[in-house]
Design a binder for this molecule. Structure first.
Ligand code: FES
Length: 68
């Protein structure tokens, strides 16, 4: 069993479980929102990227909608 799992949530974010280090494009470490599980935006509309802020629900984004 992997220590880290990434689950694609239907019509929602990536659910990342496990101890991870999240590194930004500028190579700086991005502080995690939660210990053990974090949700990363898949729709492209979050105001708190790379984390999901729930905006996908407001927009009715689904798995068939291309990410922006
Ligand atoms: S997946 Fe939730 S705001 Fe983008």
């Amino acid at each position: 069993m992997a220590d880290i799992t990434i689950k694609v949530r239907k019509d929602g974010p990536y659910e990342v479980r496990g101890e991870i280090e999240l590194v930004g494009a500028d190579k700086n470490i991005i502080p995690l929102q939660h210990e053990g599980v974090n949700f990363l935006c898949r729709c492209g509309h979050s105001k708190t990227k790379p984390f999901c802020d729930g905006t996908h629900k407001e927009l009715g984004w689904n798995d068939e909608t291309p990410a922006e």
